[in-house]
Design a protein around this ligand. Structure first.
Ligand code: HEM
Length: 458
C-alpha cells in the first residue's frame, strides 16, 4: 500500500511495568494520560494496557490516513462473537458493526438524518426543550446538576424525534442504566483482567439488571409499534419497513433492538455532554456569555427558536463548535488494522490497535492559536485551522457520525432556547473531565438558574 503521509517517529511511552504495562496510570486517569503522553512524547506513540498494545496518533495527517484514506484497512475493533467494550451494551448496531451488516444498516438509517428533515426535527426539539424548561420555574434559587438536566433533555429529544414517544416517566432509570453500562463497557475495554460476565459479582449483576431494563424498554417499543401498525415517519418505522433487496427479509428482533438502542444511546449522551460543557464554559467566560445572550435576545426577542433562526445565530453556533473543540464528547476514536499496512512511515501489522486522539488534535499548538483558550471568535473571523482533520468532533471518513446534522441543529437550538430564559451560574469551584467512553464532567456540574428578563419586540 503506498503511504503518502509524511513520516513520523513512533515513540514507546517509558515506564511500562512488566505485566501491566501502563495500565495502572491509565486506569486512574485515562484522559490525562492520553494528553500527557502526547505532550511529552509526540504525535505518534505506543503504550501497553496489560497484554494489549495501543498506538496513539494525534496528528491530522495520521487521522486522515487511518479514517479516510485507508478506512478499508482500519476497521472497528468489535467482534460480535466476542463482544467487549461498547458492543457489550449496543450489540451489533451502527456504532459497533462492520462489513456488509454496517453498510446495509447505514443505508437504511441514513435517510432519517437527511438535512431536509431537520426543520421538522428542530420544531420537535424546541417543543421538548420548552416543555422541560417550563419545569425549571420553581427550581430557581437552588443548585441543579446541569449535566443531569442536559442528559434528560436530550434523552427526551431523541425519544420524541426518533421513536415518537415520550420517555419522561423512565428518565431516571434510563440515565442510571446508561451510566452503569457505559462504565462497564469502558472498564471492560481497558481492564483485560476483569472477570467474565457470567461470574455473579455485584458489578456483573448490576450490569445484567440494567441491560434487562433497557431491553425491556426497547423491545416494548418495537412490539407496541408492530401491534398498532400506525405510521409515524420516524426511525422506528424505517427500521421496521427495511427489507433486504435480495432476500426480501426484514431486520430480526435482535437487529432492531441493537439499532434502536444504538441511536438511543449515541443520539443523546454525546449531545448532552457537549451542552453541559458549553454551559460550564459560558459560566466561566462572562464576556462570551454576555455576547451570547445579546445575540439570542436580539434574534429571538423571547420567541422559541426554529431551524430558520439558526442562520441568524452565528455566535451561538461558534460557542457550540468551540466547546466541541475543547471538550469533544468522543475524545478518541478507535480502530484496528485488518491487514498489514503502513501509516506515516510506521509499519502496522494486521491486528494493530490505534487510537486517534481527537482531544489532542483539538489542542494541537501547531494547528491552533491559543489552543487552551475558549475563543468562539476563532470560528467567525477565519482563524479555522489550516489542516482539515485538526477538528473532527464527529469523526471522519465513512464511519463519521450519522447524526452530525441532527446534533448541529440540536446543540445551538437548545442553547438559544435556554439562554433566552436563563442565566446559568456555576456554584462549584472547578469541574474535572472524566473519560467514560464519552467525555463527561465528573460528578456533574452544579449551577444556579437565574431567570432573565426576556426582551419583547417593540
Ligand atoms: C455533539 C454530538 C455528537 C458527537 C460529538 C458525536 C460524535 C461521533 C463520533 C466521533 C462518531 C464516530 C466514531 C468512530 O469513528 O468510531 C460518531 C458516530 C456515530 N454517531 Fe455520533 N455524535 C454526536 C451526536 C449523535 C447523534 C445526535 C446521533 C443520532 C441521533 C449519533 C449517532 C451516531 C451513530 C449511529 C454513529 C455510528 C456511525 C457509523 O459508524 O456509521 N451521534 N458520533
Amino acid at each position: 500500500m503506498p503511504d503518502s503521509t509524511p513520516s513520523f517517529t513512533l515513540v514507546d511511552v517509558p515506564g511500562a511495568a512488566p505485566l501491566l504495562g501502563h495500565l495502572s496510570a491509565f486506569k486512574k486517569r485515562p484522559l490525562e494520560m492520553l494528553s500527557t503522553w502526547w505532550r511529552q512524547h509526540g504525535d505518534a506513540l505506543r503504550f501497553r494496557l496489560g497484554p494489549k498494545t495501543l498506538h496513539l496518533f494525534s496528528h491530522p495527517n495520521l487521522a486522515e490516513d487511518i479514517l479516510v484514506q485507508q478506512s478499508d484497512r482500519f476497521v472497528k475493533v468489535y467482534d460480535p462473537r466476542r463482544p467487549v467494550g461498547l458492543a457489550l451494551v449496543l450489540g451489533n448496531g451502527l456504532v459497533t458493526s462492520s462489513g456488509e451488516v454496517w453498510k446495509r444498516h447505514r443505508r437504511i438509517i441514513q435517510p432519517i438524518f437527511h438535512r431536509s428533515r431537520m426543520a421538522t426535527m428542530a420544531d420537535r426539539m424546541a417543543q421538548v426543550g420548552a416543555q422541560r424548561i417550563a419545569g425549571w420555574a420553581d427550581r430557581t434559587g437552588q443548585p441543579i446538576d446541569i449535566a443531569a438536566e442536559m442528559m434528560q433533555l436530550t434523552l427526551e429529544v431523541i425519544a420524541q424525534t426518533m421513536f415518537s414517544t415520550s420517555m419522561t416517566q423512565h428518565i431516571d432509570r434510563i440515565s442510571h442504566a446508561l451510566r452503569v453500562s457505559l462504565k462497564y463497557a469502558f472498564d471492560s475495554f481497558h481492564n483485560p483482567f476483569g472477570l467474565p460476565r457470567w461470574v455473579p459479582t455485584a458489578r456483573n449483576r448490576e450490569f445484567c439488571e440494567v441491560t434487562q431494563f433497557m431491553d425491556g424498554l426497547i423491545y416494548g417499543l418495537i412490539a407496541e409499534r408492530r401491534r398498532t401498525a400506525t405510521t409515524h415517519d420516524d426511525l422506528l418505522d424505517l427500521l421496521l419497513q427495511a427489507r433486504d433487496v435480495e432476500t426480501g427479509e426484514g431486520l430480526t428482533d435482535q437487529e432492531l433492538r441493537d439499532e434502536a438502542l444504538t441511536i438511543f444511546a449515541a443520539g443523546h449522551e454525546t449531545t448532552a455532554n457537549a451542552l453541559a460543557w458549553t454551559w460550564y464554559l459560558l459560566a466561566t467566560h462572562p464576556e462570551v456569555k454576555t455576547r451570547f445572550h445579546e445575540e439570542v435576545d436580539r434574534v429571538l426577542q423571547g420567541r422559541t427558536p426554529t431551524a430558520d433562526d439558526l442562520a441568524q445565530l452565528p455566535y451561538t453556533r461558534a460557542v457550540f463548535d468551540e466547546s466541541l473543540r475543547l471538550y469533544p464528547p468522543a475524545p478518541a476514536v478507535q480502530r484496528k488494522a485488518s491487514t498489514n499496512t503502513t501509516v506515516g512511515g510506521i509499519s502496522m501489522p494486521a491486528g494493530t490497535l490505534v487510537l486517534i486522539g481527537t482531544y489532542n488534535l483539538h489542542r494541537h499548538p501547531v494547528f491552533w492559536r491559543n489552543p487552551e483558550e475558549f475563543l468562539p471568535e476563532r470560528w467567525l473571523d477565519g482563524q479555522r485551522p489550516s489542516a482539515r482533520y485538526a477538528y473532527m468532533p464527529f469523526g471522519a471518513g465513512p464511519r463519521a457520525c450519522v447524526g452530525i446534522h441532527f446534533a448541529s441543529v440540536e446543540g445551538p437550538l437548545l442553547l438559544a432556547l435556554i439562554g433566552c430564559c436563563y442565566d446559568l451560574r456555576l456554584v462549584q469551584e472547578s469541574v474535572e473531565p472524566e473519560l467514560m467512553v464519552t467525555l463527561r464532567p465528573k460528578g456533574g456540574i452544579r449551577m444556579m438558574l437565574q431567570p432573565r428578563e426576556i426582551p419583547v419586540e417593540s
